[in-house]
Write a protein that binds this ligand. Structure first.
Ligand code: NDP
Ligand code: 2IT
Length: 444
C-alpha cells in the first residue's frame, strides 16, 4: 500500500467519528501523492505524514458561566495546537453549537497549509466552543468569554499561540477575551488578532478575508482571460467574510445578487445593498428577513438555495460542506466560470471534482480565504513593533500577498503536471515549506 493510503487509513482508524477531519486530510494527502511518492522513503522513515496529521497538542476544557437569571451553564471548549514548524500557532476561535473536536481538528489542519501559503511565519492552530452567542445578552457573552479565557490564557501568548475570530467570534468577543487575558497574565501583548483599533487592532483586518478573497479571484480570472468587472456573483453567508467579499466585489464592478444565513437566503436582482446588510447583521444581529423587509425588490427564501441562482462567479462564505454535488451541477448548468471559497471547506469533495471536471476555475479556501490570517500576521508585526500602519499600507500588502498566493499555487500545479488544478497547487505549495521546516528541525 502506498504511504499516502496508509496514513489516510490510519487517520480514519485513530480518529473515529471525526468525518470533517477525515475529509480535510484526504483532500490534502490525495493531492500530495505525486510529491510524496517522489520522496517516499525519506518521508516514511521520518514518519513525516504521521506527524503532520497528529496535532502537537490538544487542549480540551470545560467553560462554566452564569446566565442573566443566575443559571449555570457548562460548555465544551478546545484549542488544537496543530503544527508550529514555521511559526507560533495561529488560527481562529469558532463559537457555534456544532463545534466538536473533529471540526476544530479539520480547521486546524487546513490552517497549517493556509498559513504556509501566506509566506508569513505562522504555524497552524484552531479552537472554539459549542457555546452559541446567538440570543445571548452582552453580559452573558462576556461571562462566557471571561471563563473561556481564564483557562485558555495558560496556553497562549504573543510568541506561542495567537487566536483570532471565526464563526461566532467577532470584535465583541475578541475584546472581552483580550481584557481577561491582560487581567490574568498582566501582559499587554498581541495575544489575539482582530482586536479593536483602540487597543492594538490592525486597520483592514475586519475587511481582510472578504477583500483578500476578491483579490485572489480577480487575479485567477485575469490569468484565465476573464474580467471580474461586470460579472454576476452569488455569495453565501452574511457574516464577516460574506459582507466584505460583497463590498469588494461591488467595488471591482461585479454585481452580487445573493447572501444567506443559517435559516434562509436573499435574492436581490439589483445587487446587494451592503450598508443595509451591515445594519441588519453587524448592528442589529438580526435575520435576513429584516433585509428583505427593508428592500422591496429583494426576495427572501427559507432554507438552502443560493446556488440555484444563475451566476458567473460563486463565492461560498458561510460554513463547511454547504455546496453539494447537486449545487455544483446547477452552477455548471447556469454557466458559472469560477468558484472561490471564502469559507473553510465549503465545497464537498464530489462537488469540487465535478466543478474541476467541467472546467470551472476553482480556488480552495486555504488559498482564497488566507487574507484574513495573513492580515492577522500583519497585526502581530505591528503589535511587536508597537506601531500602526495605515489602511492603504495594510490593504496594499494584503493584495500583494493574495496575488502571490495565486501565482504560487498556479506554478506548483504546473510544476507537478496538474496545470489549472489549484487545489493540488495550494496543497503542494503549502506542504513543501512545512515539510522542509519539519525535516530541518529533526524529530520533534
Ligand atoms: P460569521 O459568524 O461572521 O458568519 C457566518 C455566516 O455563515 C453567517 O451568515 C451564518 O448564519 C452562516 N452560517 C454559519 N454556520 C452555518 C450553518 N451551519 N449553516 C448555514 N449557515 C451558517 O463567520 P465568518 O464570516 O467569520 O466565517 C465564515 C466562514 O469563513 C467560516 O467557514 C470561517 O471558518 C471562514 N473564515 C473566516 C475568516 C475570518 O477572518 N473571519 C478567515 C478565513 C476563513 P447566521 O447569521 O444565521 O449565524
Ligand atoms: O480560518 C481562518 O483563517 C480564520 N478564521 C482567521 C484566523 C486568524 O488567525 O486570523
Amino acid at each position: 500500500m502506498s504511504y499516502v493510503d496508509e496514513v489516510i487509513d490510519l487517520v480514519v482508524e485513530k480518529n473515529p467519528a471525526q468525518p470533517e477531519f477525515h475529509q480535510a486530510v484526504k483532500e490534502v494527502l490525495e493531492s500530495l501523492r505525486v510529491v510524496i511518492e517522489a520522496n517516499e522513503a525519506a518521508y516514511r522513515k521520518d514518519a513525516l505524514l504521521e506527524r503532520l496529521v497528529t496535532p502537537e497538542r490538544q487542549l480540551l476544557f470545560r467553560v462554566p458561566w452564569v446566565d442573566d437569571k443566575g443559571q449555570v451553564h457548562v460548555n465544551n471548549a478546545f484549542r488544537v495546537q496543530f503544527n508550529s514548524a514555521i511559526g507560533p500557532y495561529k488560527g481562529g476561535l469558532r463559537l457555534h453549537p456544532s463545534v466538536n473536536l473533529g471540526i476544530i481538528k479539520f480547521l486546524g489542519f487546513e490552517q497549517i497549509f493556509k498559513n504556509s501559503l501566506t509566506g508569513l511565519p505562522i504555524g497552524g492552530g484552531k479552537g472554539g466552543s459549542d457555546f452559541d452567542p446567538k440570543g445571548k445578552s452582552d453580559r452573558e457573552v462576556m461571562a462566557f468569554c471571561q471563563s473561556f479565557m481564564t483557562e485558555l490564557c495558560k496556553y497562549i501568548g504573543a510568541d506561542t499561540d495567537v487566536p483570532a475570530g471565526d464563526i461566532g467570534t467577532g470584535a465583541r468577543e475578541i475584546g472581552y477575551m483580550f481584557g481577561q487575558y491582560k487581567r490574568i497574565r498582566g501582559l499587554y501583548e498581541g495575544v489575539l488578532t482582530g482586536k479593536g483599533l483602540s487597543y492594538g487592532g490592525s486597520l483592514a483586518r475586519t475587511e481582510a478575508t472578504g477583500y483578500g478573497l476578491l483579490y485572489l479571484t480577480e487575479e485567477m480570472l485575469k490569468c484565465n482571460g476573464h474580467d471580474i468587472k461586470g460579472k454576476t456573483v452569488a455569495v453565501s453567508g452574511s457574516g464577516n467574510v460574506a459582507i466584505y467579499a460583497t463590498q469588494k466585489a461591488q467595488q471591482l464592478g461585479a454585481k452580487v445578487v445573493t447572501v444567506s444565513d443559517s435559516t434562509g437566503w436573499v435574492y436581490d436582482k439589483d445587487g446587494i445593498d451592503v450598508a443595509l446588510l451591515k445594519e441588519v447583521k453587524e448592528v442589529k444581529r438580526a435575520r435576513l428577513t429584516e433585509y428583505a423587509k427593508a428592500r422591496p425588490g429583494a426576495e427572501y427564501h427559507e432554507g438552502r438555495g443560493v446556488w440555484t441562482i444563475k451566476c458567473d462567479v460563486a463565492l461560498p462564505c458561510a460554513t463547511q460542506n454547504e455546496l453539494h454535488l447537486e449545487d455544483a451541477k446547477a452552477l455548471v448548468a447556469g454557466g458559472c466560470i469560477a468558484v472561490a471559497e471564502g469559507a473553510n471547506m465549503p465545497t464537498t469533495m464530489e462537488a469540487t471534482e465535478y466543478l474541476q471536471e467541467n472546467g470551472v476555475l476553482f480556488a480552495p479556501g486555504k488559498a482564497a480565504n488566507a487574507g484574513g490570517v495573513a492580515t492577522s500576521a500583519l497585526e502581530m508585526s505591528q503589535n511587536s513593533e508597537r506601531l500602526s500602519w495605515t489602511f492603504e499600507e495594510v490593504d496594499g500588502k494584503l493584495k500583494n500577498i493574495m496575488v502571490n498566493i495565486f501565482h504560487n499555487l498556479d506554478e506548483a500545479a504546473k510544476k507537478y503536471g496538474m496545470e489549472g488544478n489549484y487545489v493540488a497547487g495550494a496543497n503542494i505549495a503549502g506542504f513543501l515549506k512545512v515539510a522542509d521546516a519539519m525535516t530541518a528541525q529533526g524529530i520533534v
